[in-house]
Each structure stands twice: as structure tokens, then as C-alpha cells.
Design a protein around this ligand. Sequence first.
Ligand code: ARG
Length: 466
Amino acid sequence: MTEQKTWSQRFESALHPAIARFNASIGFDIELIEYDIAGSIAHAQMLAKTGIISKQEGEQLIIGLEQVLKEYQQGIFKPGIDAEDVHFAVERRLIEIIGDVGKKLHTARSRNDQVGTDTRLYLRDKINQIRQDLREFQKVLLDLAEKNVETLIPGYTHLQRAQPLSLAHHLLAYFEMADRDWQRLGDVYRRVNISPLGSGALAGTTFPIDRHYTAELLGFDGVYANSLDAVSDRDFAIEFLNAASLIMVHLSRLSEEIILWASQEFGFVTLKDSCATGSSIMPQKKNPDVPELVRGKTGRVFGHLQAMLVLMKGLPLAYNKDLQEDKEALFDAVKTVRACLEAMTILMREGIEFCTQRLTQAVEEDYSNATDVADYLAAKGVPFREAYNLVGKVVKTSIAAGKLLKDLTLEEWKNLHPAFESDIYDALAPRQVVAARNSYGGTGFEQVRKAIKQARARLEKPATKS
Ligand code: ARG
């Protein structure tokens, strides 16, 4: 490519090559090219509509811009460092293709409102894609839940056995987290989808532009009310990174559970060969690399959020070159979240097998039915706190005797409290312990079946933009 001077005649010498490299964003912002061209086409249409340029010039600009995109897609147009960024690269190639008319494109526009427009158009698309990814993930969780309503799994608090659960209930907890993520992104979308185009460098423009027209052409829901705010706002990026971080929090928590469940200590799941890896030295190993990587990648998304917050906190109005740093954070967060959602969706769909025998045994082998004994007495009129204390004592003596609660004889129960009858054994059985928790939002099978139906209805609602 020919060496061209980008700047006005004010500059006499070219940039130092190392400084040019340092300054350039083309290495990463080329990712925005299709959005940059879409924004430029809308801008050209507006310039022609308002009579700032002629209709014919407008058409020439559009044909030229479409040609630039085609050349890029065909791999013919490969801008280098000398172009500095995607905006200059496209403009320069346009001028090469259509000649002097191309020089009219940047009338009434600055790279500042241009880059803001591109970034929003990009993020809008990515938000829609991630919301789709989330729906896929939710669907897989729901399918798995549907098959496991009556599969029991120990429930924990403080990572200590607490009360048994329907496995479906456990999986639906992650469905709900993903649902909030989906909603949250829809909310972020509303603030992403506002047009800064036409704000100029910072103060607006002397030309009779029509910002509402470009906004409409580009599918924005509104325009920024203040030009300074428009070119320097990155709240939408921070909000997106916050939503992305929460998705990662949720995926990471699920990952942690799967890693624990796959350990020999738990033995609740086995990972299928298609989703597990081996060790280069220990032939017996099967490692949960997928959830480990998801857990690990969570840190970089949090990092991008932190970086953006710090990037913004000291910036005077309006545009500052610091803002160029927003892109790699966004691009990497988008890629990371999408890759993790895809991997976890595959893992949950076909990479994980719950060991039902071990799970059945697990819920039998502990004292996680102790609350139910207390509830049993309370239901018979014994004040709950009294019942709680009594059962605590029973658990203590049973542990000392190496017995489970189900091993106590009716006589032993009766000696503890006359209210005990032979139906205590039913009340203690893990299946009954789960079934009995039939309060709204609880793990009782009936509730879980209702929750699944309700969740399915949510998924089947026609997808809206936000
Ligand atoms: N590459 C720049 C960025 O990503 C584009 C905007 C440059 N604006 C400027 N006034 N230097 O932020």
C-alpha cells in the first residue's frame, strides 16, 4: 500500500514506525469492518437526503462502500498498520476505488461518533447471539431436568450434607441464573441501541444533518441527547461486561460443582470420553478440563470489566484515545462467554452422566433427614425448637452407635418421644423427604414438575429483541 499521510497539512513528517504501531488499532478493530461500513452507508444516505451531498454522490459512496466490504470478505482488501484503524482503512480504500467523491464521506462526521456507532452496532449483534446461546444452554438444562425429576442428589449448605434434593431442582437453579442473564442482556441492549452518530468530534456539526434518520436506518431505538456524552460514553460497554461477568459467575459455579461431582470422593457423575481428557503420565486419569477451563476463563472476563471501569474513571470529557482500549476488552469478553456457553451446553447435553446408583446410595447414608424427624414431631404438636433439640440428641447418639436414623427401632423412637409412630420410617425415607417439600419453589416432585412446565413456557415464548 502506498504511504499516505492521514493527517492535515499541519503535519510535516510521518510518525515514527514504532509509534505508528503503538497508535494503531487496525490489528483488532478490523473486527468492526462490517459495522463500520453499515454506519458509513447510513451516513452517506443521510448526507444525500439532506442535500449536503448530491444524490448521485451518495449513490457512488454506497456502491464504493459495498465494494470495500466485498473486497474485504474476498480477502483482497487487507489493510496494514499504515491505515491506523478500520475507519481510516475503509475511507482510504473507498477513495482508491471511487476517486475524489470518496473524500466527501467524512463530511459532518468524526471518527469519535463513528467508532461509538460501530461499537454499539457490534455489541447489539453479539448481545443477540449470546442471548441465543443462553437459550440453548437453558434448553439443555431443562431437558436434563425433565429426565431427572425423581433422581435424588444430596443438597448442601456450607458444603455439608443438608437435605436431599430432586436433581432436576438442582439443575433448574442454573436454568434460573441463565434466565436472569438473558433478561439482563435484554436490558443492557436497550442502552446499547442508542445512536451517537452525528455528534461529530464532540460538539455536533455545522451541517444540517438528520441524526434521527441515520438512527432509523441503522435500527437504533433512539439518539443520544448530548453530543459530549454520546462520544465519550462507554457505560453500555461496562454494563455489557458486567452482564458477561455474571454469566461467567454462573458457569463457573456449575463448573465447580461438576468438578467436585466428578471426583472420586463424590462420584456423582462420570464424564464421557468426548468431553474429558487424560493425563500424559497417569494412565488412570480422566480430567474435567472443560469445566476447569470455564472456571479459569472467568477471571479474564472479570478482568475486562475491571479494566473498563478503571479506564473510564479519570477521563475528562469528551473523547480520549484511552477509549481505543475498550475494544479488545469487549471482543475478548464476547468470544470467551460464547465459547464457554457453547462448551458447557455440549457438556450438559452429551458429556455428563449422573451415576444414579451412587446418588441413591449417597442420600441414604447420612443424617440429611434429621429436619424431617423434627418436622414430624412439630406436625404432631411438639414445639419445633423442642423437637429440634431432641433430634439433635438422637443424631449424636446414633453417630456414636454407628447407626443411621432409619436403623432405630420403633421402641427406641417411642422412648425418645411418645408421639413417634410406625409412619416415622416413611417420613425418613429420602424419597419422602424430597416429596414432602412441596412448598412453592421447593424441591418436592410436584413443585419441580410445575417448575419445569413453567420454564418450558418461558423458553417457548417468541423471542423478542429485548
Ligand atoms: N481508533 C480509534 C478508537 O478506537 C478511533 C477514534 C479515534 N479518534 C480520535 N480522535 N483519535 O478509539
